[in-house]
Design a protein around this ligand. Structure first.
Ligand SMILES: [Zn+2]
Length: 350
């Protein structure tokens, strides 16, 4: 995949957190970018809060092959300042759809933005939301769920969109099924716990951290296991195993994840933080009628479904809030893997 700018309608302006050097959090610095008026079809959104993801850390460490400078962050929420499109007006409160696409191709017109030839991630394949003002295609902003604070509105887009597509579209988790969420502290995993509980499914989790296991139980997980050799405990808790395993860790846990599956179960994965190559014990896949499902980001229709779930009471977990100027400290917190839920950047009081 090309890691150069693929979406020129995104312009990050004003004070911004800019990835400049592949040296980790210290390589992301606050810079002032010139402001302009939005082009026809675009909206200018005054960002109130943004949030960071592991993607931003990988970028800062030079692992994403992104050529700096690049404004970071896939997640943002704010107020329309000026609109070049009749669908929005100044004062509208919006959240940013983190999937980049051209909105025009056959896939986009069929609602499959994730299959767009111009697919990308805001803040990776374009500049991102960690800035005071962002210009976006008018189709890339959605109404902010009214009950959410600005920090909450900036905390959910990427993780909840990703987890929603994984559980609801790809794995088709049902209310009477059990899902095992691996690595329960990560933002996307916390979103998965919450979405699964929201639809009434039974949730089990794994985490290396006792504190994170405890937090997962508080969010409604029924049981929490250590990260190594969890399949025995999972099978003991469920009888035959779980219908769905929510994966984002990869080689370090995939074998145990497959061992945790019930007959006909599905492993769904959006990431591979422990390495890019994993071994699969093939008989476990075919004898058990199992499925191994890949997923990345999500479509506009899935984002709408997340917004509707937020209206029905679903809420993201905010781990901590840092002022934009302290973006290096925010990235350092993610780097230490101490967070539970999302690390948010407070950008402006408006
Ligand atoms: Zn497209």
């Amino acid at each position: 995949m090309a890691h150069e700018l693929v979406n020129t309608s995104v312009l990050s302006q004003g004070r911004a957190a800019v990835y400049e050097e592949p040296i980790g959090p210290a390589g992301v610095r606050i810079r002032e970018r010139p402001r302009s008026r939005p082009a026809p079809g675009s909206v200018a959104v005054a960002i109130r809060a943004a949030s960071i993801n592991h993607l931003d850390l990988w970028l800062a460490h030079g692992a994403q092959r992104v050529t700096p400078p690049r404004v970071i962050a896939a997640d943002g929420a704010g107020v329309v300042q000026e609109s070049g499109d009749p669908s929005w007006k100044p004062g509208d409160e919006v959240v940013v759809f983190p999937t980049l696409c051209d909105w025009e191709c056959e896939s986009c017109r069929a609602g499959e933005n994730v299959r767009c030839p111009h697919f990308g991630v805001l803040g990776e394949h374009s500049d991102g939301a960690a800035c005071e003002l962002i210009h976006l295609d008018a189709r890339s902003v959605f109404r902010k769920p009214a009950a959410l604070s600005w920090e909450e509105a900036a905390a959910f887009p990427l993780t909840f969109l990703t987890a929603w597509r994984m559980l609801m579209t790809r794995a088709q988790l049902k209310a009477d099924e059990t899902v095992l969420v691996i690595g329960a502290g990560a933002g996307v995993a916390v979103a998965a716990i919450q979405i699964a509980r929201h639809i009434g499914a039974r949730v089990l989790v794994t985490s290396r951290s006792e504190a994170k296991r405890k937090r997962a139980l508080e969010l409604g997980a029924e049981a929490a296991f250590e990260s190594s050799s969890f399949s025995k405990a999972v099978r003991a808790a469920t009888g035959d195993g779980v219908e769905v395993v929510f994966e984002h860790v990869g080689p370090a846990t995939l074998d145990e994840s497959m061992r945790s599956l019930a007959m006909g179960g599905r492993v769904v994965t959006c990431g591979s933080t422990s390495g890019v190559k994993a071994e699969v014990t093939m008989p476990r896949l075919f004898f058990r009628q199992a499925s191994l499902l890949g997923s990345t980001m999500g479509n506009a229709s899935e984002f709408e479904a997340v917004l509707q779930a937020m209206d029905r009471g679903l809420r993201p977990v905010v781990d901590s809030v840092y002022p934009l100027d302290e973006v290096q400290a925010a990235l350092t917190r993610l780097d230490a893997a101490e967070q539970f839920g999302k690390v948010v950047l407070s950008v402006s009081a408006g």
